[in-house]
Design a binder for this molecule. Structure first.
Ligand SMILES: [Zn+2]
Length: 399
C-alpha cells in the first residue's frame, strides 16, 4: 500500500482522453536548472517561479490551493494559540527543571505523544522547548496531500475530487523518490487515473548539503532526468494527449555566514514565557510580547543586528503572510540571504547545512522552477500560480 496515496477512483480510466503528470521537486532552484540540460527536449517551456516567503510549510499549501498563507492558514508550522494548544496539559509540569524537561528523551516522548495521541500528524516535531509548547499549536494537523488537508481553502485534490477527475497522489510518507517514480510509472502504464501528482522530497536535503558542489548536482540531475523520462514515456504510451510539468516550491541559497541572535537575547533580564515568546526558524525569528518593556528591548536589539531586519506589516501583506491576530508572530525578523541563525529551534547541533531557504522572495537563489511541455494559458509568476495550471491541466485547458 502506498503511503498517503489517494486513489479516489479505483476503476481504471481506459477512456481518459488526456493524462496530466505533475511533479513537485522540493527545493529544485531555478539557478541549478538555468542553462543546464535537464529534460529540455521534452519540457521546452521553462521559467523561474517566485517563492512564498517562508518555508515549504507555506509554499506548498499556496501551490496546492492557489491562495496565499494569509487565506489558507498554512505558513510556518508553530503558531501562538495558548487556548487551543494540544499541549495545554503540560502546564502543571513546567515547574520541572530544564535538565529533565528539555532533554532529548523528553522531546522524543512529546514528539510521539503529539503524533500518536494528540492527532498532530506524522510530521509533528517537538521543535520548540517543551517549556513553551503549551503556548503553541501546530499547523499541519492533517496530511496536506489528503482531501480536506488544508485548513482554510480547498486544495487541488478537493477540486479534482469534486470535478470527478480520477487522480493519484504520491508523497514521501514511507517512500523514497525512486520508489515514487517506480510506482507512478507503473500506475500510469496501467491507466490508473488521468491526473498524477508526484512529490519528490529528497532534492531538498541533497541541496542543503551539496549546493556548492556542481558535479554532484549535475550527477543528481542526470538521475532525475533519466527517471522522469521513464515516467513521461509511460504517459505517452498510455495516452496520445499528455501534459507534463515539473515545479518546485523554493530554491536553495548558499550559506556564507552564521549569526548568534540568541546570544543577545540571553543577556537580557527578560524571560520566556513571562515576558515574551520566540520561535527561531533557520532564517527567521518570530516574537510575541507580554509587556511593553520586552517589546522595546527586543526591538532595539533587532534593529542593531547587521544581517537581517524586521518585516513591516506592509511587506507581510504584500507577501500574503499577514495575520491580523498575529498568530505567527507580532514581529517577524528575517535574515538576509546567505545568513543562518547559528542556534535555532529547527536545527540540532549536528545540523550544519551549507544551503538554506526561507529568505526574502526577491533572492534569485530562492526562485523555484516551472518546466512543462505546454505553455500555461495564464502567465505564471509565483508558486501559487501553479494551482491554476494544475486545474487547467486536469481539465485539459493548458494550450
Ligand atoms: Zn529544506
Amino acid at each position: 500500500m502506498l503511503g498517503a496515496q489517494v486513489a479516489l477512483r479505483d476503476q481504471k480510466s481506459e477512456a481518459a482522453k488526456h493524462v496530466s503528470v505533475f511533479v513537485l521537486i522540493d527545493a529544485l532552484g531555478w539557478k541549478y536548472i538555468q542553462g543546464q540540460d535537464f529534460l529540455n527536449d521534452i519540457l521546452p517551456h521553462r521559467q523561474s517561479l517566485r517563492t512564498v516567503l517562508g518555508f515549504s510549510s507555506g509554499a506548498i499549501p499556496a501551490m496546492l490551493t492557489g491562495v496565499p498563507p494569509a487565506v489558507n492558514g498554512h505558513w510556518n508550522l508553530f503558531y501562538y494559540d495558548p487556548q487551543g494548544s494540544p499541549f495545554r496539559w503540560l502546564k502543571p509540569f513546567l515547574f520541572l527543571p530544564d535538565w529533565l524537561l528539555d532533554q532529548r528523551v523528553t522531546r522524543k516522548l512529546l514528539k510521539e505523544t503529539g503524533r500518536c495521541l494528540l492527532g498532530l500528524g506524522p510530521l509533528f516535531e517537538c521543535c520548540v522547548s517543551p517549556r513553551l509548547l503549551p503556548y503553541f499549536n501546530w499547523v499541519e494537523r492533517r496530511n496536506i496531500y489528503d482531501r480536506g488537508g488544508i485548513t482554510g481553502a480547498p486544495s487541488i485534490f478537493d477540486e479534482l475530487h469534486q470535478s470527478g477527475v480520477p487522480f493519484r497522489v504520491y508523497t514521501y510518507h514511507h517512500l523514497t523518490d525512486a520508489e515514487i517514480l517506480e510506482h507512478a510509472e507503473k500506475d500510469i502504464r496501467e491507466r490508473a487515473a488521468s491526473f498524477y501528482f508526484l512529490y519528490l522530497s529528497e532534492m531538498d536535503m541533497f541541496l542543503h548539503m551539496n549546493c556548492d558542489a556542481p558535479e554532484k548536482i549535475h550527477e543528481r540531475l542526470r538521475w532525475y532526468d533519466r527517471e522522469l523520462r521513464k515516467v513521461f514515456a509511460a504517459a505517452q504510451c498510455s495516452c496520445d494527449d499528455v501534459t507534463f510539468a515539473i515545479s518546485s516550491d523554493h530554491g536553495m541559497t548558499r550559506v556564507t555566514e552564521k549569526y548568534d541572535l540568541l546570544m543577545h537575547l540571553e543577556k537580557l533580564s527578560l524571560r520566556m514565557p513571562k515576558d515574551y515568546l520566540a520561535v527561531f526558524d533557520s532564517t527567521m525569528a518570530r516574537f510575541w510580547f507580554f509587556n511593553e518593556g520586552a517589546r522595546k528591548e527586543i526591538l532595539s536589539i533587532l534593529e542593531q543586528v547587521p544581517c537581517g531586519r524586521v518585516l513591516s506589516d506592509d511587506e507581510l501583506k504584500r507577501f500574503g503572510v499577514f495575520f491580523s491576530d498575529r498568530r505567527f508572530g507580532e514581529i517577524v525578523f528575517l535574515l538576509h540571504p546567505g545568513w543562518l541563525l547559528s542556534r535555532s529551534d529547527f536545527n540540532g547541533s549536528s545540523w550544519k547545512p551549507i544551503g538554506m531557504h526561507g529568505y526574502h522572495p526577491d533572492d534569485p537563489y530562492s526562485d523555484g522552477v516551472f518546466l512543462s511541455n505546454r505553455m500555461p494559458s495564464e502567465p505564471l509568476r509565483s508558486v501559487q500560480d501553479v494551482h491554476q495550471w494544475m486545474l487547467d491541466a486536469a481539465q485539459c485547458k493548458a494550450t
